[in-house]
Each structure stands twice: as structure tokens, then as C-alpha cells.
Design a protein around this ligand. Structure first.
Ligand SMILES: *Cc1c(COP(=O)(O)O)cnc(C)c1O
Length: 455
């Protein structure tokens, strides 16, 4: 009988993360201090992040980084996650392609975010930190960090982007169940929040704004660190557990992917599934295509510009080389909250420049239509973010149907959408429209950063 699911034995779960920075043909230019314009150091980063996360962030030499034993043990509570052959979807599409997905939705909190929340909370504990702050878009990262902080006895405060605070009240309730404080952002509790609300009283928030608020609180609170759920290189490092497992699982399945796809917010789940495979492209031994699926309403790769920019709206973060829509870009209120971020992470940025990554943009309605085809044929309701990866996979599988090619397609199912069913309800009722993002509005934002950030 054909095998649908591939699971690793506990002892085969990888014990190290893969640090792609050690293998990249070209290193990314450094992050810069916005005042001195000098490269940021581990010491600079460690004012905000844990020391270990700061070291990992700038580590360009160690290819393999040990997963601490306690973190690995917590990983084994839900890993390996299944690699699944999507026979149902293949049949529904009538494609000769072999479609696989890595199911990160089986983590206790429902997404890949826990893979980085556990080590980040662990490093807080190890370094004697008592409080951690963060921001959350769709609520997935906030949920993961709230739980991980609770496991290690650390207090968490999570600024949730207001639009999702209102659209997804259950996520807030889950974070509160894990004991976290959850203010909606922009809030009046920080200067960054107050400034934005004074200028735009109806501001529904963005990840950029929420980051500013969480950073400000971390700076003002003693013994408090800030943690990020995406974009940073140490976060993507932790997520490589996804691709390292997938590599072993594909081997059991007797296949190797021709195409690897992930939805793209800041790049952590995309990098997590891609980077372990990409190292074989660097060596010339494989020619896999890597496709980042971004939302058409927040298209930093396909329509943004390569530029040094801030990671947040208020300009508290270092300057980071990225494909950006401008740090004050206000994306449409799409349901894939985790993809509403203006820029790409430092590593995927360089890899995109160097031609190792392709990007596609997907409209919201196409993403939900793809998510429903997947739900009907595989029985899993995908997160609205993951629907973008599914849509990109379906496009490739349909191309195979036309050409007759039996390509092996692997995509990451970054999370489930069981808490996002109101979004599906709106889609099914025909209430979702695609935002029309004009070139003029993109250009206006980019002109702004070109004026503001001169190196
Ligand atoms: C946060 C999130 C994303 C986007 O973040 P990346 O860092 O780009 O992975 C995608 N899918 C889900 C389910 C998320 O929670």
C-alpha cells in the first residue's frame, strides 16, 4: 500500500540547526546602527535580545549550531512533524506532480512559531531574564511565545496588531490563557503608540508599529528582553529544524524536491524549510527552485526595492538591508496577518539578490480558493498565511499537468486555520475583495525612505 505520512523516530530528530550564513556564496551587508551608521555588534544586539540569540544572529562561521538538550526535549513533544504526500490534492488537480507538505500545524499552538519560541524563552531563562516582550500579527507568534515563556516561568507581554486583536479574539484569549499580557497596538502605553494614534486615530496597527511598542517596553523594563518571531537570522536558524527533518523524510519517501515553497512574511518558515535544501544548490549538486509566496497586498520582493530600512515603524531597530515597501507602509487589512510585514529578512534578501530564491505574489481570494481546495482534498483547514504557499504549489502543479512533468513539489504548511474560520466564512460569503495596490502608493513610500535614510 502507498505511504502517505513520513515520521522520524525520536532519535532521528536533528540535534543541530543549520546556519546558512556559513555557506552563502555572498554574505549580506551588515545591519547598521542608525545613528553611527556602523555595523551593529553582538553587544549592541544584546541590549535588546538575549546574548545567545545575539551571537547566533551575527554568526557567519559555524555551519551547525547545537540545539540545547532541554530545547530538543521540548521539540520531541511534537516533532518530528509529519511529511505528508498530498495524494488527495494531486488527484483533485489531476496533476502528475508529486506534492508533499511538511505539516507544522501539528505543534501544540498550531504553527511553526513554537520552533523559535522555545529556544528564545530558554535563553531568557538561562540568562536570568524575568520578562519578555514581543509583538504579534495574526497572534501565532504571540501564542507560541506566551506558551514557551510560561514553560520557563517568564512573564510575557505581547503587543497584538489591533486589526487582528479585533478580527481574531480567540488568539488573544489563548495568549491570556497562557498567562500573557496582551495590549492592542497601537496603544497609549508607549510613546511610539501614542505618536501614531495622535497622527492617525483610526490606525488599525501593523507589525512595524507593534515592534516599536514592544521594543520600547523592553528598553524601559528592568531585566526584560525582546523576542522576535520572524525576519531575524537567529529565528530562521531555529526554523531550519523543519527543513532538516524534511530532508530525512524525503529520503525515506525516496524523493528529492524539484521545487520548495513557503509563504513569506519575514522569511522564517520559508527559510526554515528551504535553507537545508539550498545548501545542495550552493555546492552545485542540486538545482532545486525555491519559491517565496507573498501576498499581493504586501509584495516586498516582487514590487519593493532593495534598500537599507528600519524593521519597525518608529525607527528603533538597526538599519537592515532588505527588499522593502518602506517601514511606514500600511498594508491592506488582509486575513493573512502574519504576512503583513513591509520587508524581507537579511538572509533571504541576499539570496533573492543572488538568484537563489524566486518570488510570486498571490491575491487574497486566490489564496483562500487554494486553501479550500486543500481542505477539501486533505481534510486540514490551513492558516490564511499557509494558503499562499498552497496557491503557489497549485500553480506549479497545474503547470505540470500541462507539460506532463512529474515534478516533486514540497511546501510548508506553516499553520492550521481553525482559529481563522471567520476569514473562511467571509470568503465563502463573497465578502473578501482583493486590495488594489497602486504603483504610485508604493513609490510614495519608497521615495520617503530614500529621503529619510541616506548612508
Ligand atoms: C507568522 C506566520 C507566518 C509568516 O512568518 P514567516 O516568518 O515568514 O514564516 C506564516 N505562517 C504562519 C502560520 C505564521 O504564523
Amino acid at each position: 500500500m502507498r505511504q502517505k505520512r513520513f515520521i522520524l523516530a525520536q532519535e532521528d530528530i536533528p540535534k543541530q540547526w543549520y546556519n546558512i550564513q556559513a555557506d552563502m556564496p555572498n554574505q549580506a551587508p551588515p545591519m547598521l546602527d542608525p545613528v553611527t551608521k556602523k555595523p551593529v555588534t553582538v553587544e549592541d544586539l544584546a541590549k535588546l535580545f538575549t546574548l545567545e540569540a545575539s551571537r547566533q544572529e551575527l554568526n557567519t562561521t559555524d555551519r551547525w549550531i547545537d540545539i540545547p538538550e532541554k530545547v530538543w526535549e521540548l521539540y520531541t513533544y511534537y516533532r518530528s512533524t509529519p511529511l505528508v504526500r498530498a495524494y488527495g490534492l494531486e488527484e483533485a488537480l489531476g496533476t502528475p506532480a508529486h506534492i508533499y507538505f511538511k505539516n507544522e500545524s501539528v505543534s501544540p499552538v498550531g504553527s511553526h512559531k513554537l520552533n523559535s519560541a522555545i529556544p528564545q524563552a530558554y535563553y531568557c531563562k538561562e540568562e536570568g531574564v524575568t520578562n519578555v516582550t514581543t509583538e504579534t500579527g495574526a497572534g501565532q507568534w504571540g501564542t507560541a511565545l506566551s506558551y514557551a515563556a510560561k514553560v520557563f516561568g517568564i512573564e510575557a507581554a505581547v503587543y497584538q496588531v489591533k486589526i487582528t486583536f479585533e478580527q481574531k479574539p480567540y488568539r488573544r484569549a489563548i495568549m491570556q490563557t497562557f498567562g500573557a499580557q496582551v495590549p492592542p497596538s497601537p496603544s497609549m502605553s508607549t510613546r511610539a503608540g501614542k505618536d501614531i494614534l495622535t497622527k492617525y486615530p483610526n490606525h488599525k496597527g501593523s507589525l512595524g508599529t507593534a515592534i516599536s511598542e514592544a521594543v520600547e517596553l523592553a528598553r524601559m523594563t528592568p531585566n526584560c528582553k525582546y523576542a522576535l518571531g520572524s525576519t531575524m537570522s537567529h529565528v530562521t536558524l531555529h526554523q531550519t529544524i523543519i527543513g532538516l527533518e524534511a530532508e530525512k523524510q524525503m529520503e525515506i519517501a525516496g524523493e528529492y524536491p524539484d521545487i520548495v515553497i513557503g509563504c513569506f512574511g519575514g522569511g522564517s518558515n520559508f527559510g526554515g524549510i528551504s535553507f537545508p535544501f539550498m545548501r545542495h544548490n550552493f555546492s552545485g549538486e542540486r538545482h532545486t527552485r525555491f519559491i517565496a509566496a507573498e501576498p499581493a497586498s504586501c509584495p516586498k520582493f516582487t514590487r519593493g526595492e532593495y534598500h537599507y530600512d528600519f524593521g519597525d515603524e518608529a525607527g528603533y531597530t538597526p538599519l537592515i538591508p532588505m527588499f522593502t515597501l518602506g517601514h511606514s507602509f500600511r498594508p491592506a487589512n488582509i486575513h493573512a496577518g502574519g504576512l503583513r510585514y513591509h520587508g524581507s529578512g537579511l538572509i533571504p534578501t541576499q539570496l533573492y539578490k543572488d538568484g537563489f530564491i524566486e518570488a510570486v505574489d498571490i491575491n487574497q481570494t486566490e489564496s483562500f480558493s487554494a486553501g479550500i481546495r486543500f481542505a477539501e482534498s486533505e481534510g486540514i483547514i490551513p492558516a490564511p498565511e499557509s494558503c499562499h504557499a498552497i496557491a503557489a504549489a497549485i500553480r506549479e502543479a497545474e503547470r505540470c499537468r500541462e507539460t506532463g512533468e512529474e515534478k516533486v513539489i514540497l511546501f510548508n504548511l506553516s499553520g492550521h486555520g481553525l482559529i481563522d474560520v471567520p476569514s473562511y466564512e467571509q470568503y465563502l460569503a463573497g465578502d473578501l475583495v482583493d486590495a488594489n495596490l497602486s504603483n504610485e502608493s508604493i513609490k510614495a513610500n519608497l521615495d520617503e525612505i530614500n529621503k529619510q535614510i541616506v548612508l
